[in-house]
Design a protein around this ligand. Structure first.
Ligand SMILES: [Zn+2]
Length: 157
């Protein structure tokens, strides 16, 4: 679990580095094209402010994806590099504290889900299955031939 011990934090700032397993992160995502079954890596600095806890750092979640257009499998990473979390210790919005500890997991889960890709593509301009074969054929043609091929196509239209 990704927890901050407030008693420790009172003594000094904390640095949290490690991994959160997919089971602990428990994203609950049911997406056929994107699987997040590897652990999330975190590297966080935690400091105690006057009446709040400030967490800053990076979250990296490896993803195994299937391209929505060409169905190619590829790996990707969901990266929140400048992640910041402000947790009030006082007032209405104060964070839940249990045994002097604040569990960061729900906040990490929420922000990862907000950034979770909805439509994975192996590359931004992926043309899908059909287009891909066309592009390959063009690449082996000599430039002049390619021009003639284009003209031929124009004539046909
Ligand atoms: Zn693709």
């Amino acid at each position: 679990m990704l927890k901050v011990n407030l008693r420790h934090l009172e003594e000094h700032d904390l640095r949290l580095q490690g991994e959160l397993s997919a089971a602990e992160l428990d994203l609950g995502v049911q997406d056929e094209l994107i699987r997040a079954d590897q652990p999330l890596r975190y590297d966080l600095a935690v400091e105690l402010l006057h009446d709040a806890v400030l967490v800053t750092g990076s979250l990296v979640l490896p993803l195994t994806c299937e391209c929505a257009r060409c169905l190619k499998k590829f790996t990707s990473e969901l990266r929140l590099a400048g992640w910041a979390l402000h947790l009030p210790l006082e007032g209405e919005d104060k964070v839940a504290v249990e045994n002097d500890c604040v569990d960061l997991t729900p906040f990490v889960r929420e922000d990862i889900l907000l950034d979770f890709p909805r439509h994975p593509l192996c590359k931004p301009d992926c043309g899908g299955l059909k287009d891909k074969t066309v592009r390959k054929a063009k690449a082996v043609e000599k430039p002049a031939q390619a021009v003639w091929a284009k003209l031929d196509k124009l004539k046909l239209k």
